[in-house]
Design a binder for this molecule. Structure first.
Ligand SMILES: [Zn+2]
Ligand SMILES: [Zn+2]
Length: 263
């Protein structure tokens, strides 16, 4: 395998991490990784928590310093994880067109400006899941991104994997999401950050298989680490799951193009 990559992680350039990029890189090397893509939180929506936190010059400078320091053992790329990129889509593209980003990851962290934790508390797991997946569908329909992050993130706030009844109840919208992703060539991320607590990654194996059955072949891997001790966590597990489902390789993102790597 030519590449052992973690394509979703954060540093202190995200509002919810205090890790230096250097410490994240050291942790990656200690895990035997060959490639990292930093994907710091970003939003242009003043009503979401990450708004106003990004210092582009600071992020770029620390990234370039790490790129020089860790080359050639570790290949480094930089991107953003955008909250609901389908809202203000034109503004994001105008901005990102001026930045030499490697990857834009699309995430639904809020539904109608309500955080997912609150959504689950107020609406209950079933209604919250339905509203969440509707928002993901809107994102893949109209947002511009290369990678769709943590597809079934709502389960983190429910505190348990989605049951087969919950998955079946949402099957029509899930199939539409995955079919649109296939048509648009978007990659599905296997995000391992729920592996320890919930016993499965995001998406669940059921959803990953559904993506495969619908023709989806583009996957990426990400630990979503906000701390050095979690960089690369669960990636080996995710690699074997992907192989078992039938994927022959995976993708990373460079200059906003997905590139294939065979297993
Ligand atoms: Zn996220
Ligand atoms: Zn993240």
């Amino acid at each position: 395998m030519d590449c052992w990559a973690d394509s979703h992680l954060h540093s202190r350039h995200s509002f919810d991490s205090t890790a230096s990029m250097e410490d994240q890189c050291r942790a990656a090397l200690a895990q035997g990784l060959s490639e990292l893509c930093f994907t710091e939180h970003f939003s242009l929506d003043s009503q979401v928590p990450t708004y106003g936190y990004m210092d582009w010059a600071g992020y770029r400078a620390e990234f370039e310093a790490c790129r020089r320091a860790f080359s050639p053992q570790l290949a480094l790329f930089w991107g953003v994880e955008v909250c609901e990129p389908h809202h203000l889509a034109g503004d994001y593209e105008a901005l990102f067109g001026r930045l030499p980003l490697d990857a834009v990851i699309g995430s639904v962290h809020n539904v109608a400006h309500q955080k997912l934790r609150r959504l689950v508390q107020e609406r209950g797991p079933d209604r919250a899941s339905a509203l969440y997946f509707q928002e993901v569908l809107a994102m893949v329909e109209t947002g511009r991104m290369e990678i769709v992050a943590h597809l079934d993130l709502i389960k983190r706030y429910i505190g348990a994997p989605l049951t087969s009844e919950q998955l079946e109840a949402n099957r029509p919208v899930l199939e539409r999401i995955l079919c649109r992703m296939v048509e648009k060539g978007l990659a599905l991320e296997i995000n391992t950050s729920t592996l320890q607590k919930l016993g499965e990654a995001m998406p669940s194996p059921w959803l990953l298989r559904l993506y495969w059955e619908l023709g989806g072949r583009k996957i990426t891997f990400g630990s979503d680490a906000h701390q050095p001790q979690r960089v690369g966590e669960g990636l080996e597990w995710a690699f074997s799951l992907a192989r078992e489902v039938g994927f022959s390789g995976f993708y990373t993102c460079r200059e906003r193009e997905l590139c294939y790597h065979a297993f």
